[in-house]
Design a protein around this ligand. Structure first.
Ligand SMILES: *[C@@H]1O[C@H](CO)[C@@H](O)[C@H](O)[C@H]1NC(C)=O
Ligand SMILES: *[C@@H]1O[C@H](CO)[C@@H](O)[C@H](O)[C@H]1NC(C)=O
Ligand SMILES: *[C@@H]1O[C@H](CO)[C@@H](O)[C@H](O)[C@H]1NC(C)=O
Ligand SMILES: *[C@@H]1O[C@H](CO)[C@@H](O)[C@H](O)[C@H]1NC(C)=O
Length: 409
């Protein structure tokens, strides 16, 4: 330490400069100690406490010079998806469409405070539906808080958002009532360009838009103008809630917990979709047909081994994300790879995860962090994929193929 005691014999009063120097050194020392403190693991937490930890709640205050865009309190509702909702990916396409419109209009988006969970995507058994529950009770039981999935603060750096159960939204609503005709406009089937340019909409505090009853993303469906696509597909997956990102990767929260990507180290990943997409139906002659005739074959371990050998060298750690539930289904891949699944990290995930959407959010972060990532379907030209069948429902039902076309590996 560089602080020397002044000699006792020195009876002269200490100079102000000397005292100042001492104080500055002391402050600097304290600062140094406190920063060591936060990086060196004095603040240890287990995943169990993390689940209950209240991390930065999103509070975007009401600001009279902001304008708001409201699409309703449930994604894809009203419409056919009100009672049985779509999977996470479809709901995200819809949410992304609405967020893009808010960006385009330079309005704050009013986000539904809950997201519906499709029962087939929920094997955590948290749906306690009783037959005499009313529709509000069923909704509460079959949905999860939006901020348990997404980091709204992070989203707001790109598109400002508030939740529809927030004080801010209530203030905006009451302000709109006071403003009379300039307060709120209920619109339907009006293009976003008109909403932006026509003064009867552009000056209104709240735009209450009724989106297509088919699904919100239909509003973005036939956009000819590609410059209007403002958010990439990866936008929402990378906006996972802090504690979900913290379980996957380092540098998110200041707690010394084990993190899945850190434990995996240098790894590759495959996303193997089976389950619902393997659905077949019988034709008039009783023969099974499928819209993805090669996917059942291409997602079996022996075919995967063959297909990925040119991309994933032997000995690599391979993370497998899949909805296949047969135990040991992918074990044959272990002849060439060190396999890892979410189940390898259950000590991190079990205390944290409340539903399969949260698990999938974490798995997507893991897949994004892989050195080589192989999807089930190709989504764009640069993607590696397990199958050559197109992802889009082709509507042509074909007889599933289980043999090879004679090509070697
Ligand atoms: C309110 O919003 C306007 C426009 O976005 C911004 O310029 C201003 O700084 C905001 N005021 C506060 C208090 O956040
Ligand atoms: C928005 O418009 C829909 C349809 O016109 C209406 O049912 C709903 O109550 C409106 N929402 C608000 C917040 O005013
Ligand atoms: C395409 O969209 C951009 C921004 O979204 C807009 O500025 C431009 O005018 C549009 N072009 C056409 C041809 O609609
Ligand atoms: C994951 O668990 C399986 C056994 O369940 C084991 O064989 C495998 O080595 C584990 N993978 C990693 C990366 O720890």
């Amino acid at each position: 330490m560089a602080i020397h005691k002044a000699p006792r014999s020195n009876k002269k009063p200490r100079s102000p400069v000397f005292i100042l120097t001492i104080s500055i050194s002391a402050i600097a020392l304290l600062y140094l100690l406190s920063s060591l403190n936060s990086t060196n693991g004095f603040s240890f937490s287990s995943a169990k406490t993390l689940k209950n930890l209240v991390v930065k709640t999103h509070q975007r205050p009401f600001n009279a010079s902001e304008k708001y865009l409201y699409w309703g309190n449930r994604i894809d509702c009203p419409g056919k998806n009100c009672e049985t909702c779509a999977g996470l990916g479809h709901q995200e396409s819809s949410l992304r469409c609405a967020l893009e419109e808010a960006m385009f209009l330079q309005r704050t988006f009013v986000m539904p405070s809950r997201m519906c969970i499709n029962p087939i995507h929920n094997n955590k058994g948290l749906l306690h539906q009783s037959d005499n529950a009313n529709s509000e009770e069923r909704w509460a039981a079959s949905s999860c808080a939006m901020d348990s999935l997404y980091d709204l603060e992070l989203i707001s750096n790109t598109v400002p958002v508030v939740l529809d159960n927030s004080e801010t939204w209530h203030l905006a609503l009451s302000t709109s009532l006071k403003l009379g005709s300039r307060g709120m406009s209920h619109v339907q089937k009006i293009t976003r360009v008109n909403l932006k340019e026509k003064s009867q909409y552009s000056n209104i505090l709240l735009i209450n838009r009724t989106a297509s009853p088919l699904a919100w993303f239909m509003e973005c469906k036939d956009r000819k103008n590609h410059t209007a696509t403002m958010l990439p597909y990866s936008f929402l997956p990378s906006m996972a809630a802090q504690k979900l990102r913290h379980a996957a990767e380092k540098g998110i929260l200041d707690y010394q917990d084990p993190q899945i990507k850190v434990l995996l180290g240098d790894y590759d990943a495959i996303h193997v979709r089976r389950g619902d997409i393997l659905k077949t139906r019988k034709d008039r002659l009783g023969v099974d047909r499928s819209v993805h005739p090669h996917v059942d074959r291409d997602t079996r371990p022996e075919f995967i081994l063959c297909r990925i050998s040119k991309w994933v060298p032997p000995g690599r750690t391979l993370y497998i994300a899949s909805n296949e539930r047969t135990p040991g289904f992918f074990s044959p891949l272990s002849v060439r790879y060190e396999l890892a699944y979410s189940s390898n990290y259950s000590s991190i995930l079990d205390p944290l995860i409340e539903n399969n959407y949260q698990l999938f959010m974490i798995e997507r972060l893991i897949m994004m962090g892989a050195k080589t990532f192989i999807r089930t379907f190709k989504e764009d030209d640069t993607d590696l994929s397990l199958t050559d069948d197109p992802k889009k429902n082709t509507k042509t039902w074909q007889i599933p193929v289980y043999t090879t076309d004679g090509e070697g590996c």
